[in-house]
Ligand binder design. Structure first.
Ligand code: PNS
Length: 161
């Protein structure tokens, strides 16, 4: 059984992430979307909010999909859940350097786990959680970039800050 882990900060999930997830479930037997809980970072949304937003966004996607959270090294978590593949999306060339470093380091840490990249869809290639937050914060319309419930959460949260 081919089990892939799709890790990230997902602060918050965007249509770009969903594009990767929707294609991944057609390739792998099981996909675990794993949200990084990093005490060193201050995300806009708490870990449980990020997990919940993803769960809601993937409700109709597939039964072969789990949403979870993790702390510590990604390769350790991947091994713990028996995932053989780390899946990442690749948008523009600017992603390449970081992703190259990440995949080589993860391979060095655990050579049994392979990193696989999916190219983002051309209609979402310019999307990032950071940009979406900035647009929402500045009063722009994010309807085309995130699911409806994420847009509502962004509006609610950004009114508070
Ligand atoms: O969505 P992001 O922020 O680009 O995701 C980055 C992520 C979560 C994949 C990366 O930061 C990660 O794997 N963190 C876990 C800690 C770890 O394993 N660090 C060593 C990476 S070589």
């Amino acid at each position: 059984m081919k089990h892939a882990i799709y890790p990230g900060s997902f602060d918050p999930i965007t249509n770009g992430h969903l594009d990767i997830i929707e294609r991944a479930v057609k390739i792998f037997d099981h996909v675990t979307v794993a949200v990084l809980s990093n005490p060193q970072k201050t995300p806009l949304f708490s870990i449980s909010e990020r997990v919940e937003m993803i769960q809601k966004a993937v409700l109709k996607t597939s039964s072969d999909l789990t949403v979870d959270q993790f702390q510590g090294l990604l390769v350790d978590y991947a091994e713990k859940i028996n995932a053989q593949v780390i899946l990442r999306g690749l948008r523009a060339v600017s992603d390449f350097e970081f992703e190259f470093q990440l995949s080589l380091m993860n391979r060095r840490l655990n050579p049994n786990i392979q990193t696989v990249y999916l190219m983002s869809g051309s209609d979402v290639t310019y999307l990032s959680s950071g940009l979406v937050k900035e647009i929402a914060r500045l009063g722009g319309d994010v309807t085309d970039f995130v699911p409806r419930h994420v847009k509502a959460k962004l509006q609610e949260r950004l009114v508070d800050v």
